[in-house]
Design a binder for this molecule. Structure first.
Ligand code: CMX
Length: 434
């Protein structure tokens, strides 16, 4: 059975659960909203539903019920490789089933068929000023491809809600099959004098991406690991939520993903991986190129906090422990690059930053998040242009958010439209509560 057929069956089986909850239990409360949450960005307000991943504050992410180590161990891999293929992970996120090798072969063949990036996309990237941020190039390229949307065509030609997931799935798969080439093109165009390496669609996504970036093995495994780790973090994070919100208007996946990528570009979200590296490089400059000591680091961290900045790569809106995505990348570094100087500096930050954040007493979570470690690995394999790092995050994040909007359409989730109150209304609520 093809992935689309398996997914169709799963959606059919799931629909009655959602319908029953809505029809028979719509009034059951799942939580209450405080004024702090209303003003404070809706932190922890329970108002989104997804079965694709769940983030426990004290454990970290589970994809379809599995921890990161379980996913990495159980999903099929290419021979001799340590990390599962992205294609296997895509199957798993969509269906909740660990695919067989035959299932993965089918997805690989399907991606291959869809992988050609229309040439006008490259023209659009080339038309932008070369000093545009790579995330601008990435988001513009996704938007430019919108004219390929099968969902938009389906809408024009007679939309029906029950089948909308099929063209969402089509667009999502087309996008995923093409995004690595778009990202690698941006990299080689912007930083390698336009010396483009042609795609080899016979390779799986990780290997093809490494090939197009011009970086040797084991970067293929790094790419697989990186894309999987960054894929999904339940629905409330800014990039996932934005994609979901835009898709809820029945904008097609191209509009929705481009919007989500724009959210990821913020320094409080995906751009923090770039900020970590630029923070460390600034520190090196200040110290005249010398490797910082623990004391240097402590001073620099306090300087950052005292000047009103945040320590990039630390803290989290939900997590209350070191992010397992951080730990997973740290374990990679311990195995493959234990003597790397940058890894040692980042490890030293891990030794001192949590205590400093605790002492400052503002951040609810003093531990590192996914972004604290990811730049080290990229840097080690020669990818030193750190303003590109968020694009890598974006390719990974696309896997999760596209799986989510496919299911959103499958279950017919409604147009998202929470309610606003005015400040005086909140003041009245407080007065009346007294
Ligand atoms: N350094 C300094 N101060 C921090 C901090 C950090 N790393 N993390 C949180 N704080 C501060 C907040 O700025 C906030 O201060 P104010 O009260 O003055 O506004 C206070 O601590 C409380 O914040 P919080 O409830 O702990 O955290 P939020 O949910 O508001 O924000 C996050 C979460 C990630 C934006 C924040 O921790 C942060 O800015 N971290 C640094 C940037 C970063 O690493 N972002 C990447 C997150 C992962 C991702 O999405 O990619």
């Amino acid at each position: 059975m093809s992935l689309q057929d398996v997914l169709g069956k799963k959606i059919e089986e799931h629909r009655p659960r959602t319908t029953k909850l809505l029809k028979e239990h719509a009034d059951v409360k799942v939580g209450e909203v405080t004024i702090g949450q209303a003003i404070g960005g809706g932190r922890s307000v329970k108002m989104l539903v997804t079965d694709i991943s769940y983030l426990d504050p004290n454990e970290g992410i589970r994809f379809r019920g599995k921890t990161i180590p379980e996913v990495m161990a159980e999903l099929p891999k290419m021979e001799g490789k340590d990390y599962p293929t992205v294609e296997a992970f895509w199957y798993f996120l969509l269906t909740g089933d660990v695919p067989t090798d035959a299932d993965v072969s089918e997805v690989l063949a399907d991606f291959k068929k869809r992988s050609e990036v229309p040439s006008y996309v490259f023209d659009v990237i080339r038309a932008l000023p070369k000093d545009s941020h790579p995330m601008v190039m990435f988001s513009s390229a996704i938007m430019a491809m919108q004219k390929e949307s099968k969902f938009a065509k389906f809408y024009e030609e007679g939309f029906n809600k029950m089948d909308a997931w099929k063209s969402t799935f089509e667009d999502s798969t087309d996008l995923l099959a093409r995004l690595p080439e778009v990202a690698a093109f941006i990299y080689r165009y912007k930083y390698k004098d336009g010396d483009i390496i042609a795609s080899n669609p016979d390779l799986d996504m990780g290997a093809n991406f490494a090939h197009m970036m011009g970086i040797d093995a084991p970067y293929d495994d790094v790419a697989r690991m990186y894309f999987i780790l960054h894929s999904d973090h339940e629905s409330g994070n800014a990039s996932a939520h934005t994609t979901h919100l835009v898709s809820s208007t029945l904008s097609d996946p191209y509009y929705a993903l481009s919007a989500g990528i724009n959210a990821l570009a913020g320094p409080l979200h995906g751009r923090a991986n770039q900020e970590v590296l630029s923070w460390i490089q600034d520190l090196y400059k200040k110290l005249g190129g010398k490797v910082p000591t623990k004391e240097d680091l402590k001073t620099a961290l306090w300087d950052t906090l005292n000047s009103g900045g945040v320590i990039p790569g630390y803290g989290h809106a939900v997590l209350r422990l070191p992010d397992p995505r951080y730990t997973s990348q740290r374990e990679y570094c311990q195995k493959h690059l234990p003597e790397d100087e940058l890894f040692k500096v980042v490890s030293m930050i891990f030794d001192v930053a949590p205590d400093i954040l605790k002492e400052q007493g503002k951040a609810k979570n003093p531990w590192p998040n996914v972004d604290a470690q990811s730049g080290v690995i990229q840097w080690y394999y020669g990818l030193k242009e750190y303003d590109f790092y968020t694009v890598l995050f974006g390719v990974g994040r696309a896997i999760g958010v596209l799986a989510n909007i496919t299911w959103d359409r499958g279950l017919g989730y409604a147009l998202e439209r929470p309610k606003s109150l005015t400040t005086s209304m909140l003041e009245d609520i407080v007065k009346n509560a007294k």
